[in-house]
Design a protein around this ligand. Structure first.
Ligand code: ATP
Ligand code: MG
Length: 541
């Protein structure tokens, strides 16, 4: 057995050593009320990853106790996202599969005097719950007999009452220092159609009551969840003990993933989709898994990110630049190279005639990655920012009288620039050094700068999309997300690209030299290059 690499694995090792469990069973428990996001990737990494490490099993458990918000559309999307990330679930289970048993357990609690039907409204329950420093008040309905409770609870089930008119509460301790233990509601009346059970039920169990039961019925040994459930653990245990579960599943909490500049809650993501701030759940700027996939982020890079940030007991915020750095590292050794120009100006080599093929490194960081042919010619496009009429000190790219190397081709000297009425450069005229060809340079001229280019005679137009974060920055914390929205998070350019990029399979990730990692796609009959991550590394290692 590999050594425990985090506190969860240590607990599991202890449980195994003490014989409290023999095989490990976990579950990943999404509520099908939206799309999964990168935070869920961490939860999957913990749940599926831990099961895998111990040769155990992990179920996909849909927590569908909240019928008004849940939809089959989300169930399907969640399945697809988990598969895409590369995880395999043992069984697919729904809380609603267990509604009958959960109901029977409630009757049992009632018969044993551990639950009662309460007629207080939700508001009255809230007002009598007390505070962190003051105990709550007992409900006047707390001492109903089990017979009366059973009758009322069955009437609730049979639809005799309106939503909120009554509820079932666990009878625990109104003076408990833990507010969750102050006679929590465990069943509520809700006349709503459920995505799986239809109109069979008009009462639904509350999460805190249903979850330990569902865990137990699935044989979950370790119920791994995020820290906000820590205060709910006594209730989780109360349910297990009251119902005599053996072996009782064990809840362990870990820190949520939060990332700077990312909105992670489904509620907000839904709002962005509904108010049109983004193109949909799969918008490349969304931190949803479907958005990240559409962005071109490889599943392996996301898993790698989760592994690298680790599992801890203390909440902390991860820099988005760290995520970007992991994606860049992942792609650097995998993505082939190509050339494209985002903001083109023309470069005419006045002493060059015809065309020729030059060798272009497919990936210079990988041994034996090989080369492919790129056609060089007299008229090229280069990046507007790679030529300056007023160069600052140490500017080694194109300038009048200066030498610069065209990537994998020749050194050129810029002789002249043609500008429009506003003074913007539209064309640069240059001469090339015939004996400076890459790999066979005998010119003796040192060109400090290397720039990318595309051949005007054969290049294709490309719609180039770049993305910034959806939220401006973390310092706006506490403000409304709508105020923090980065209105320029999507920028579109009309650029030029090597024709090769149009021939490869759509969706391929490339490093566009000196620009960033981009995914190829089609927009109508046009090539589109969509940014995965820029080359600029802001992460402070
Ligand atoms: P949200 O608040 O974003 O809607 P949620 O917690 O309601 O998320 P669920 O569908 O209930 O979403 O989550 C399924 C599992 O994923 C839960 O165990 C939850 O704790 C976990 N999870 C959700 N967000 C994160 C996160 N940011 N980091 C780690 N785990 C998370
Ligand atoms: Mg939730």
């Amino acid at each position: 057995m590999a050594e425990a690499s985090n506190f969860i694995e240590q607990i599991i090792d202890d449980d195994l050593a003490a014989g409290r469990v023999t095989a490990i069973q976990t579950r990943f428990p999404p509520e099908p009320n939206g799309y999964l996001h990168i935070g869920h990737a961490k939860s999957m990494f913990v749940n599926f990853g831990t099961a895998e490490k111990y040769h155990g099993k992990c179920n996909l458990f849909f927590d569908d106790t909240n019928p008004s918000k849940e939809k089959t559309e989300f169930v399907d999307a969640i399945r697809a996202d988990i598969r895409w990330l590369g995880y395999h679930w043992e069984k697919e289970v729904y809380a609603s599969d267990f509604f009958d048993i959960i109901y029977d357990y409630a009757e049992r609690l009632i018969r044993e005097g551990k639950a009662f039907v309460c007629d207080l409204s939700a508001e009255e329950i809230r007002l009598t719950r007390g505070t962190l420093t003051e105990p709550g008040q007992e409900s006047p309905y707390r001492n109903r007999t089990p017979e009366e409770n059973l009758r009322l609870f069955r009437e609730m089930r049979d639809g005799k009452y309106a939503d909120g008119e009554r509820c079932l509460r666990a009878k625990i301790d109104m003076s408990s220092p833990n507010v969750n233990m102050r006679d929590p509601v465990i069943y509520r009346i809700l006349h709503a159609s459920h995505h799986r059970t239809g109109d069979k039920w008009c009462i639904y169990p509350m999460y805190d009551y249903a979850h330990p039961i569902c865990d137990y019925l699935q044989g979950v040994t370790h119920s791994l969840c995020t820290l906000e459930f820590e205060d709910h653990r006594p209730l989780y245990d109360w349910v297990g003990i009251s119902l005599g579960f053996s072996p009782k599943p064990r809840q362990i909490e870990f820190a949520r993933l939060s990332v700077t500049n990312l909105v992670m809650s489904k509620r907000y993501l839904k709002k962005l989709v509904e108010d049109g701030s983004v193109h949909g759940w799969d918008d490349p700027r969304m931190p949803t898994l479907t958005g990240l996939r559409n962005r071109g982020i490889p599943a392996g890079a996301i898993r790698d990110f989760c592994a690298r940030i680790g599992v801890s007991k203390a909440n902390s915020e991860c820099e988005i630049s760290y995520f970007d750095a992991v994606v860049r590292d992942w792609l650097n050794v995998r993505a082939p190279r190509a050339m494209a120009i985002v903001d083109p100006i023309r470069l005419v080599i006045t002493n060059y005639e015809g065309s020729e093929e030059v060798d272009f490194d497919i990936n210079q960081t990988v041994e034996d990655a090989g080369t492919r042919k790129v056609t060089f010619g007299r008229e090229l496009y280069i990046e507007r920012s790679d030529f300056s009429l007023d160069p600052p000190p140490k500017y080694y790219r194109g300038k009048i009288g200066g030498y610069v190397r065209l990537k994998n081709a020749y050194i050129v000297r810029c002789d002249e620039a043609i500008t429009d009425e506003q003074g913007n450069v539209v064309e640069v005229r240059a001469t090339y050094l015939p004996d400076s060809r890459s790999g066979a340079d005998t010119s003796g001229v040192k060109a400090k700068g290397v720039i990318q280019w595309v051949n005007a005679a054969c290049c294709v137009d490309a719609v180039i999309k770049q993305y910034g974060p959806l939220l401006r920055d973390a310092d706006y914390a506490g403000q409304d997300f709508s105020e923090r929205m980065n209105r320029e998070s999507e920028r579109i350019f009309m650029g030029k690209a090597e024709p090769y990029l149009f021939e490869v399979e759509e969706g391929t990730a490339f490093q566009l030299m000196r620009t960033g990692y981009y995914k190829t796609c089609r927009e109508g009959d046009k090539l589109c290059l969509s940014e995965i991550v820029s080359l600029k590394d802001n992460y402070n290692r």
